[in-house]
Design a binder for this molecule. Structure first.
Ligand SMILES: Nc1nc2c(ncn2[C@@H]2O[C@H](COP(=O)(O)OP(=O)(O)OP(=O)(O)O)[C@@H](O)[C@H]2O)c(=O)[nH]1
Length: 471
């Protein structure tokens, strides 16, 4: 095996491929959390309730905004920002001041700044915040994010009534993904009087009854004034369990972003391969490892049948934001530098694909059979008078749905329905594993709204054409 040691960033723990033993690693092992996030926390909630502002407070970084996002002051794509969370090791250091967050390249130990404390802030968690758009038309992007979340912060603005449509819809989406670890942040507390804040607090408790977030802690904050941000850090440590991770299975990464990092005009000989950004769901990816990306390049044959050519490549670099890695474990957004033709990675073209060890990824399907469950009522749309929302109608043969599988968002025509089984023809092929969760949405007015979920049972496999190696 190649001996690969990280040489940069001497203030972070060293990683060595030669010494790495998957059986000895955990999400809290120093050489892991010093460099990469190991817990993914979704930031969910209605549009403009302050999701991006909270992430900026916690991580010190804006969640990678694109020009169109800056122009419209809203999140359009999934944003990611990593933060290290520290606790002072002096038992007498009072809460919440003994908790602190900082960016991912901060050293792991530094002195507490409370006068005469004498304690040291020590790294206890390294978290990746997945910032979801709250705009109702961007639900597909939000659903892609739920595929990798371990926990969620639900933002509710104190100066709005609760619930707003996407507050309900985002909560329904994470419930479908069985996400029970939730903290509620009552934000913009600076904009309301105490009595209003208390009234809304009660509204929030009533709204959460019977949902996955019933009984979840509700923290009052002002993201803009950085008020109570240390309490969020404390609760992330105390209330969000460290996820159980599988480090020994063959690795698999869900691609959530992909990029061409070459500047325009770069000479052909100097071109770097494309980068796939995503979260590892199991196993460990290593520098120099041979990898496969599925479904790869999708096209149609002369008879209009879908065909695909998985991509074969090699990992040339691994990054967690600016921290370089010799190996990457589940959690956080990992940038995987490959030798794949950069044009195939440009502008998120690989989103929806799965990256892993060659020959170890699941089959690729075009028709899938799922066992499905529909929500009783529609969430995410304003319904005048009827506060509960319209009933969700049954699936009908030939109707077109939006289907989210991992980070893939595609169309799906309902071919047949029997009891709670449905057969769906996918517009784009999916690399999916038995029992994997699938979110189902239906067009309501002009946008797709979440109507239910399914679990993949079996399907019609497309055998890959040729696999395309990259040099
Ligand atoms: N007064 C006040 N304004 C806030 C607070 N938090 C956020 N804002 C403002 O609310 C607006 C929306 O904040 P964002 O953080 O962009 O909201 P968002 O939920 O990420 O928005 P989308 O991603 O588009 O759904 C911005 O103008 C923020 O400055 C707060 O605690 N108090």
């Amino acid at each position: 095996m190649t001996v690969y040691e990280i040489s940069g960033q001497p203030h972070l723990a060293k990683q060595s491929l030669a010494e790495m033993d998957p059986n000895q690693l955990s999400p809290l092992t120093p050489e892991v959390i010093s460099r990469q996030a190991t817990i993914n926390i979704g930031i969910i909630g209605h549009v403009a309730h302050g999701k991006s502002t909270v992430v900026k407070c916690l991580s010190g970084a804006a969640t990678g905004r694109f020009k169109s996002e800056k122009d419209r002051n809203m999140t359009i794509k999934l944003g990611y920002a990593n933060a290290k969370i520290f606790e002072c090791d002096n038992d007498k250091c009072p809460r919440p001041r003994r908790f602190r967050s900082a960016g991912p390249s901060k050293e792991d130990v530094f002195p507490c700044d409370r006068p005469r404390c004498g304690g040291q802030f020590r790294l206890v968690r390294h978290v990746s915040f997945v910032d979801c758009p709250g705009q109702n038309s961007l639900m597909a992007t939000m659903l892609n994010g739920t595929a990798v979340m371990d926990a969620a912060l639900l933002l509710i603005a104190a100066n709005d009534t609760c619930p707003q449509p996407q507050t309900s819809e985002h909560l329904a989406a994470i419930s479908i993904m069985n996400l029970n670890s939730i903290l509620v942040l009552q934000n913009k507390i600076d904009l309301v009087k105490e009595v209003q804040a208390k009234e809304q607090y009660q509204q929030i408790i009533d709204f959460l009854k019977g949902t996955n977030a019933e009984g979840a802690p509700i923290i009052q904050i002002s993201a803009i004034l950085k008020y109570n941000i240390e309490v969020i850090c404390e609760y992330v440590i105390r209330k969000i369990p460290v996820p159980l991770r599988d480090f020994t299975s063959k690795p698999r990464l869900i691609v959530i972003r992909s990029f061409d990092i070459n500047k325009p005009g770069t000479k052909v000989d100097d071109l770097k391969g494309g980068v796939a950004g995503g979260s590892i769901v199991k196993g460990i990816l290593k520098i120099d490892q041979e990898i496969e990306v599925r479904p790869g390049i999708v096209s149609k044959d002369n008879e209009g049948r879908l065909q695909c050519c998985p991509l074969l490549s090699k990992i040339v670099s691994l990054y967690a934001e600016q921290n370089d890695l010799a190996f990457a474990v589940p959690g956080g957004l990992i940038g995987v530098g490959t030798k794949i033709d950069p044009t195939l990675c440009r502008a998120d073209r690989l989103v929806g694909q799965v990256l892993g060890e060659v020959g170890a990824l699941p089959e690729i399907y075009t028709k899938i059979q799922i066992i499905y469950f529909l929500l009783r009522r529609l969430v995410g749309v304003r319904t005048e008078g009827d506060k509960k929302g319209a009933k969700v109608a049954k699936l009908t043969k030939n109707e077109m749905l939006m289907v989210n599988i991992g980070s893939l968002c595609t169309g799906g025509r309902v071919l047949a329905i029997k009891d709670n089984l449905a057969k769906i023809q996918l517009t784009s092929p999916a690399c999916v594993e038995v029992s994997e969760k699938i979110a189902l949405s239906r067009r309501v007015n002009y946008d797709f709204r979440l109507i239910g979920w399914g679990e993949f049972r079996r399907g019609t496999v497309i055998k890959p054409q040729v696999e395309i190696p990259t040099t």
